[in-house]
Design a protein around this ligand. Structure first.
Ligand SMILES: C[S@@+](CC[C@H](N)C(=O)[O-])C[C@H]1O[C@@H](n2cnc3c(N)ncnc32)[C@H](O)[C@@H]1O
Length: 280
C-alpha cells in the first residue's frame, strides 16, 4: 500500500506552480468552442480542507499558497490562480484548496470531459464523492500510467493530460517516460504537463533532460527552487513542470510569474527559477 496522501502537501509551493500552470492551459483551451478532454493520471482526493488535522500536520500550505492569499500585486498568471482560489473560498478565508481535478471541473464546459485516475482507496472514494457525479466526469480506481492508454486520443482530438505522480517509488520516473512515449504515439498533438519534485535522486535530476529527448515538437520547462535541502541532502528544494505542446502564451506568462513567485515563496536567502522552451 502506498503511504503518500496529497492532503499532507496540499497548497505547497509545488502545488502553486503546478496549479497556476494548469489553470492557464485550461483557460487557453477554453478560448475555442471545441471540447477538450482532461486526463489526470494521478488525481488525488480532488479538494482539501486546509483546517483538517492532516493538512495542519505539516502545514506545507503555510509556505506555499498562504503567503500569496489576498495579494493584489501578483502577475497575471498567479493573479488568475488566486482569483480561482477566491471563488472556491467565498467566505473570504482560505479554508479549501482545490486540487487539479477540482480546477478542471470548475473550467469544464458541457462539451468537455474529465477522466480521473487514482490508486489510493480512500482518496479515490473522496474524489468520486466530490467530483464523480458531474456530467462528463469519470473517476476510476486505476493505475494512471496504464489507464491513460484507453482514453487517448479523445474524440475531439483536443486534450490536456496531467501526469503528477507522488514519485514514492523510484520507478515512477521511468514510468513517466514510458507512459509519455506510448501516449505520444497515440496522440502527439495533446498538451501534456508533467510535474516533478526537485530532490536529490539522480532520476529526478535527469527527468527534464529525458523529457526533452522525447518531446515531439514544442516544449516548455519551468522550475522554482525555494527551499534548502536538509543537512543530509534530503527534502524537496523545489519543483518543476515540463509541458509538451504548451500554449504559445505560457512562456511570457511564466517569465513574469516566476521571479515574483521566487521572491515571495523562497524560504532562505537563495533559491532560483528557470524557464526554458523550444518553440515551434
Ligand atoms: C501528487 S498527488 C496528486 C495531486 C493532484 N494531481 C493535484 O494536483 O491535486 C499523487 C497521487 O497519485 C496517487 N498514485 C500513486 N501511484 C499511482 C498510480 N500508479 N496511479 C494512479 N494514482 C497513483 C497517490 O495516491 C496520490 O494521490
Amino acid at each position: 500500500m502506498l503511504a503518500y496522501r496529497h492532503a499532507f502537501h496540499a497548497g505547497n509551493h509545488g502545488d502553486v506552480l503546478k496549479h497556476a500552470v494548469l489553470l492557464h492551459v485550461l483557460e487557453y483551451l477554453n478560448l475555442k468552442e471545441k471540447g477538450w478532454r482532461f486526463v489526470d493520471t494521478h488525481a488525488g482526493a480532488g479538494e482539501y480542507a486546509l483546517n483538517s488535522a492532516v493538512a495542519r500536520k505539516k502545514a506545507e500550505y503555510a509556505q506555499g499558497v498562504a503567503p500569496l492569499w489576498g495579494r493584489k500585486d501578483a502577475p497575471p498568471l498567479v493573479g488568475r490562480y488566486l482569483a480561482h482560489l477566491a471563488k472556491a473560498n467565498p467566505s473570504g478565508s482560505l479554508r479549501s484548496y482545490p486540487g487539479s481535478p477540482a480546477i478542471a471541473r470548475a473550467l469544464q464546459r458541457h462539451q468537455d470531459d474529465l477522466r480521473l485516475f487514482e490508486l489510493h482507496p480512500s482518496d479515490v472514494r473522496m474524489l468520486a464523492m466530490r467530483l464523480g457525479r458531474g456530467p462528463g466526469v469519470e473517476v476510476a480506481r486505476a493505475d494512471g500510467f496504464e489507464a491513460l492508454k484507453a482514453v487517448l486520443p479523445p474524440p475531439t482530438r483536443r486534450a490536456l493530460v496531467l501526469i503528477d505522480p507522488s514519485y514514492e517509488l523510484e520507478r515512477d520516473y521511468a514510468r513517466v517516460i514510458a507512459t509519455l512515449r506510448d501516449a505520444l504515439a497515440r496522440f502527439a498533438e495533446g498538451v501534456y504537463i508533467v510535474w516533478y519534485p526537485q530532490v536529490g535522486r539522480v532520476a529526478a535530476r535527469e527527468l527534464p533532460r529525458r523529457l526533452q529527448a522525447i518531446a515531439p515538437k514544442g516544449w516548455l520547462h519551468a522550475r522554482l527552487t525555494v527551499q534548502q535541502p536538509d543537512a543530509r541532502g534530503f527534502g524537496m528544494a523545489g519543483s518543476g513542470v515540463f509541458v509538451f505542446n504548451p500554449p504559445h502564451t505560457l512562456h511570457a506568462a511564466l517569465a513574469q510569474a516566476l521571479p515574483w513567485l521566487h521572491e515571495n515563496l523562497r524560504q532562505f536567502d537563495g533559491g532560483s527559477w528557470l524557464l526554458d522552451q523550444r518553440a515551434v
